[in-house]
Structure formats: structure tokens, C-alpha cells
Design a protein around this ligand. Structure first.
Ligand code: SF4
Ligand code: SF4
Length: 459
């Protein structure tokens, strides 16, 4: 049963019955909604708490991970709002292609609202077509239940129109909350497409300014580009530590760090990452590793992996692998590349942002995707990856389309790939465990001498 449908029905009942019978029914319904909501909260927080515990109990978490775990606990287990001043407005985003710099430049806080909640997915399953991806179902589930502060407190939602699911989700959200559909280019090599995106970003400015009443100035924008630049710098150092053999940090913990990025002000997140990097530097010096020399080094790519749906990375690391690379858009992709400003005018900053948020993006929603394959090969070489887990969320066609090309390309390098399809529930865990365990065993059995040389892959 959907709360949205209930809400609409009770409004219609009230109109048809001005004498108050429906009013009582509405009150009754509200009490029922309350119970339904409480059940939802109990279940959602229990599931999130369980996955957070598994994350924290996974051996080897650096002490500096605690603030990131706390953020995930606050948002998903305690169901609190993001940490911010009371007057700070939240702007919700639904993809890495929304420039956070523009949101910071109006004094608002960006929060990435893509969701991995199994409980919200179960509610959303009733609201959108069966074959829609679980990410969309989870978002619509939270929206319908009206219990998550990060959704409820959102002054504006910015939804990039990247795939059919996002397009239809934007339409549904628009009926309920202020929503801006951001048209992103389909082709990065097409200058007309890119020019349109620059104009799109210009059109987004008044929408954002209306949220806080603050105008975007050259200085404000330059400052937020610098602020993000510091995060990108710390991220590049973190990536270097992640390349270390044996590993200095588990990939599942690195994923938690990147998930926390969605809910923390960038300055605070960068500061915590700086402390984490210092701890990793100490670990390197003291030769304190979290993997053994010959433990299979795995990379994950494909559909987004969003807390609490972290069953795939957990399975990889609980069955003997070490997750050294995360190419999903919840990984380093969101802040990997710095914004390169060539022209120091306001328009120059806007164009630099348009380039930064699209050209290096390796999402398969673009028509031209050679760069995606190149980037994955580069990560394989840099992180000495021995096997790739290709994650496809059920209904996520864009990633499924790309699988065969990647398998062919990596086959030429002798890198095994396994495609794992999953949904937002726990029913497929055992099946996934068997496949991932077998994949890791296969890699273990391969002669270490067959590990690809960095130079060969770079060719
Ligand atoms: S998978 Fe692609 S379209 Fe979806 S949120 Fe990530 S970058 Fe955006
Ligand atoms: S890219 Fe895939 S996961 Fe993201 S919204 Fe579209 S279908 Fe869903």
C-alpha cells in the first residue's frame, strides 16, 4: 500500500464529502500512516544499523574512519539531518554531474540523495514500474514515507536527466517537491551538447539563488572551487595510499568514506580525510597492512553502490579478496578530477565547471565511452588489480549495455571479470556469495606471475 496513493485518496474523499465523514476517515488514515511510518523507521534503521556494524567490525578500520561512520549512523540509523547551521538550506542532488560549487556559492549545503535503502525500496516498489532500478524505488520510497530529514528538509532537488529512470523520477518528484531537471550532454565530444550544458548551468543559477536569496558572485564561486580543490587534493593523496601493496585500508572502508561525502560539508569532509591520510602515512611507515601479500586485488565497477546496500564490497572482503579500486560513481569518480580554470572570468569559471562535471565522468550514460574503458584500464594498472567485479543493479540498462565491451577489453589483458546482478534486498546474498567466492578462488589459483605488468596495460 502506498502512502502517496493514500494521501491522494484522502484528499479526493474530503472534496466529495464536505460533511466531515471523510474527515474522520482522514484522521483514522493518519493514525494508520503513523503506525506504518513507525514500522518503516524501525525496519530501515535496523537494517542500516546491521550494515554499519558489519562495516565497523570488518578488521583494519583506521581510527580516523570514526567521523565517517558517525555520519552514516546519524543519517541512516539515527535518522538525523545533516550537521549544519539551522538556517542553512539543503539542495538535494541525484548524480555526480551536479556542480557542488554552485550550491556552496549560494551558501547552501549539497546532499546527494541517491539511496541504497532496502526498506525504502520495498515501499518504492509499489510506486514505480516493476522494472525501474532499485535506486529510484528507494528514493521514491523515502519520499513517500516523509520520515527522512535529509529529504524532508530539502529546499530544492536537482535531478540530472541521465537515464530513463532519472527522467521519470524527476517528473514524479516535481509533483511533490521543488525539483529542477538538469539536462546533461549525451555526447562529450559534441561541442553543441557541451555548450548546451554550460547554458543549463547558467539557468540553474537563479533557481539556486532563490533558495537562499544569496547571489552567486565571482568571488563566491572561485572560493567554492578552491574549497572543492582541497578535497580533490586530499583525495589524490588518498588514492596514492590505496595503490599500496599490501593494502593500507580496506576498500569497503574507503567506500564508507566516499558515501559520507554525500552528507558532509566539503570543508569538514576534507579535514577528516586529511587526518585519515596522516594515519595511512603512519601505517605505511610502520608497515601496518590490512591485506596479505598475495591476497587477490579486486576492483568494482558498474551501477552505484550506496549505503546501506554494501553487500557486494562486504562479500568481496569477507570471502578473501581485498577491494583496491572503486570505479562506481559513489567512489572516487565524484571528486577525482580537479576543476581546471584557464579563463579567469565568471564565464570562464562556469565553463571550467561544465567541463569538470562531464568530460572526465566515466558514467556509461554518455554515447561516447572509450574514455570509460581507458580509465578502468588505468585503474587496473595503478592499483595492480587482478580481477573486476562488474555490478549491475536490476533494471540499470546503461551499465548492463557496457558489460560486454568491458569483458572483451579486459579479456585481452588477461583480467577476469565477473558480472553480478543484484537488487535492494537480502534474498540474493547467498547466490552472490557463491559467485564472488568462486571468482576470488579462481584468481588465487592463477599463477601470480600472470599478473599483468603495469607497462603492458598502459600501452
Ligand atoms: S550512475 Fe551515472 S547517471 Fe547515475 S548517478 Fe552515477 S554518474 Fe549519475
Ligand atoms: S544510471 Fe542506473 S542506477 Fe542510476 S538511476 Fe539510471 S538506471 Fe538507476
Amino acid at each position: 500500500m502506498s502512502l502517496i496513493k493514500n494521501k491522494r485518496n484522502s484528499q479526493e474523499d474530503n472534496q466529495a464529502d464536505p460533511n466531515g465523514v471523510a474527515e474522520n476517515k482522514t484522521k483514522e488514515l493518519t493514525a494508520m500512516e503513523q503506525r506504518q511510518r513507525q514500522r518503516f523507521i524501525d525496519k530501515a534503521t535496523k537494517v542500516s544499523g546491521k550494515y554499519l556494524r558489519r562495516l565497523e567490525e570488518l578488521p583494519g578500520a583506521p581510527a580516523a574512519m570514526q567521523p565517517f561512520f558517525k555520519v552514516l549512523r546519524d543519517i541512516y540509523v539515527e535518522m538525523k539531518n545533516v550537521e549544519k547551521a539551522a538556517e542553512t538550506k539543503i539542495v538535494g542532488t541525484y548524480c555526480v554531474m551536479v556542480p557542488h560549487e554552485l550550491i556552496y556559492a549560494v551558501g547552501a549545503q549539497p546532499v546527494k540523495l541517491c539511496s541504497g535503502s532496502y526498506t525504502a525500496f520495498a515501499i518504492g516498489d509499489d510506486l514505480v514500474p516493476r522494472d525501474a532500478c532499485p535506486l529510484i524505488k528507494a528514493v521514491m520510497g523515502f519520499q513517500a514515507m516523509e520520515v527522512m530529514p535529509i529529504y524532508e528538509d530539502c529546499a530544492l532537488m536537482v535531478v540530472p536527466i541521465t537515464c530513463d529512470c532519472k527522467k521519470k523520477m524527476a517528473g514524479m518528484l516535481k509533483e511533490m517537491v521543488p525539483t529542477y531537471s538538469l539536462h546533461v550532454p549525451t555526447s562529450k565530444s559534441d561541442d553543441t551538447d557541451m555548450e548546451q550544458y554550460v547554458q543549463e548551468l547558467y539557468q540553474l543559477i537563479p533557481e539556486l539563488e532563490a533558495v537562499t536569496g544569496q547571489t552567486i558572485t565571482y568571488q563566491g564561486l572561485a572560493k567554492s572551487i578552491d574549497q572543492m580543490g582541497f578535497a580533490q587534493y586530499e583525495m589524490s593523496k588518498f588514492n596514492d595510499y590505496k595503490k599500496h601493496v599490501p593494502a593500507l585500508i580496506k576498500g569497503t572502508h574507503a567506500m564508507a568514506l566516499m558515501n559520507a561525502f554525500s552528507y558532509m560539508p566539503v570543508a569538514q569532509w576534507s579535514q577528516q580525510l586529511h587526518l585519515l591520510n596522516r594515519e595511512l602515512a603512519r601505517r605505511k611507515k610502520d608497515r601496518q597492512f590490512v591485506s596479505k601479500d598475495k591476497q587477490p586485488r579486486i576492483m568494482v565497477t558498474g551501477s552505484p553502490i550506496i549505503f546501506p546496500n554494501i553487500k557486494i564490497p562486504l562479500l568481496i572482503e569477507e570471502t578473501g579478496g581485498i577491494l583496491v579500486g572503486d570505479e562506481t560513481c559513489m567512489g572516487e569518480r565524484s571528486i577525482y578530477d580537479p576543476t581546471v580554470v584557464v579563463d579567469q572570468s565568471f564565464d570562464g569559471l562556469m565553463r571550467s565547471l561544465a567541463n569538470r562535471y562531464t568530460r572526465p565522468c566515466t558514467c556509461p550514460t554518455f554515447v561516447d565511452n572509450d574514455q570509460r574503458i581507458y580509465r578502468i584500464k588505468q585503474m587496473i594498472a595503478d592499483h595492480q588489480v587482478q580481477g573486476v567485479v562488474y555490478h549491475v543493479l536490476r533494471g540499470c540498462l546503461v551499465y548492463d549495455f557496457e558489460y560486454q565491451t568491458l569483458e572483451d577489453e579486459l579479456g585481452k589483458l588477461g583480467i577476469p571479470v565477473v558480472r553480478v546482478e543484484s537488487d535492494y534486498n537480502e534474498e540474493d546474498i547467498e547466490q552472490l556469495r557463491i559467485r564472488i567466492e568462486a571468482f576470488i578462488e579462481l584468481i588465487k589459483l592463477k599463477d601470480l606471475a600472470a599478473r599483468p605488468k603495469k607497462a603492458e596495460i598502459a600501452d
